[in-house]
Write a new protein. Structure first.
Length: 403
């Protein structure tokens, strides 16, 4: 059965699988074009793109979609280690299997847990601030934005912070392998890194079996469900925590600083009224969503703006576009640190809403409080370099001077 789509107002020349660097640098004009003229766009491979808030929200929360994309991953990744990761981590599991491991992990991200984590977050931010508060330029990405979540992940896993650079490389491989139209060399590196983290975490699991502690690995090992908590599932879901916990927060903090420099009046609002930092984090997430898109597979025909997607098709959900949809948000291309309500989709929605969102919010709030309030003269000290990916939005390098 073909797709019933109204004729667009004008031809749409956009291929998600062959996106240009100019699109990755600034996707927002294209997002607006898609929302206005092609809210449901079919890709050459038979998958679809949705860009309006209402449609993205529906796809992410619908019971007529699945996160099991093993067939699509196999076509792109082959049968290597990164494919094994993608089909063994809980982001691609459906209920009831998904709920078992998520429930176990969720204990580390409750409001009570965040209260316990906040002193460590503040101590880590203080330590990193002392390191970057020096004359001359510093690179905010490796020296602060990435160092913060990686240090905390090491603490949560109970491993040495000396391993955080290795963790950063592994996390980048995981996330970059998910880009639409990913190249074979990226998959090859991801396969190599997948074998490396499996060996690392396999050794860590063996140590925790003999000598359990209060870390996340020990907590997971306390479960006895053989399907959800097999060694393979443990290996890959630990790696998922590593990639998700690092990538989102790194991009969130750096993009938040970039947004404040682009809208200095909003930074001034935060300095005058620090109570705004909590809603400001939500606005930073909406305005420059760290995760720009996700994907689901339809299990039944799904009606969306512009037509119906048949069953067994992949839908790419453009959260970055949805969060700038003027149908949902007034003046969406303006940063407003006091914006309310602000029900953005940066952390997705439904049963697969980001598990680590409370920790990412906490890290971003504490980090931005210090950076904005303690360093009112913080400014660019060079040209930032974006990490030009389609699915994730952030920077590779962001040179700043603190004073």
């Amino acid at each position: 059965m073909g797709l019933d789509v109204a004729e667009p107002a004008k031809p749409i020349a956009f291929d998600l699988f062959d996106a240009s660097d100019s699109f990755r640098e600034n996707p927002f004009p294209t997002y607006r074009m898609l929302r206005d003229d092609a809210p449901l766009l079919e890709n050459p491979d038979g998958s679809f793109i949705v860009s309006r808030y209402a449609d993205v929200d529906r796809v992410l929360s619908s019971t007529e979609t699945s996160t099991d994309k093993s067939a699509e991953f196999r076509k792109v990744m082959g049968e290597g280690a990164i494919f094994e990761f993608q089909i063994t981590s809980m982001t691609t599991w459906d209920p009831p299997r998904h709920g078992k491991i998520r429930k176990a992990l969720a204990r580390a991200f409750t409001p009570r847990a965040m209260t316990q984590w906040e002193p460590l977050v503040r101590d880590t931010v203080d330590e990193l601030i002392r390191d970057i508060d020096r004359p001359g330029a510093v690179d905010l990405v490796p020296d602060f934005s990435a160092a913060l979540p990686l240090t905390l992940i090491c603490k949560m896993l109970g491993v040495s912070t000396e391993d955080r650079l290795r963790f950063r490389d592994w996390a980048r491989s995981i996330t970059t392998s998910l880009d639409p139209g990913v190249k074979p060399d990226v998959i090859a590196l991801a396969n190599q890194h997948s074998e490396e983290w499996k060996a690392y975490f396999r050794e860590l699991i063996a140590i925790r079996r003999k000598d359990p502690g209060s870390d996340l690995v020990s907590m997971l090992l306390a479960n006895d469900d053989e399907e959800a908590f097999s060694e393979l599932a443990l290996l890959h879901n630990i790696a998922l925590l590593l990639s998700g916990g690092h990538e989102t927060t790194t991009n969130l903090i750096t993009s938040a600083v970039d947004s404040c420099l682009a809208f200095p009046d909003q930074a001034d609002r935060l300095r005058k009224d620090p109570s705004l930092f909590t809603p400001a984090v939500e606005e930073f997430l909406r305005f420059e969503s760290p995760v720009q898109m996700g994907a689901r597979r339809t299990t039944a025909p799904l009606e969306l703006s512009g037509g119906t997607v048949p069953a067994n098709r992949t839908i790419w959900t453009l959260q970055g576009a949805a969060n700038r949809d003027e149908r949902k948000f007034a003046d969406p291309d303006r940063l407003d640190v006091g914006r309310t309500p602000n029900r953005h989709l940066a952390f997705a929605t439904g049963i697969h809403v980001c598990l680590g969102a409370p920790l990412a919010r906490l890290e971003a709030r504490v980090a931005m409080e210090r950076l904005i309030c303690d360093f009112p003269d913080l400014h660019l000290a060079g040209t930032p370099e974006r990490h030009l990916r389609t699915r994730y939005r952030g920077f590779l390098h962001y040179p700043v001077a603190m004073r």
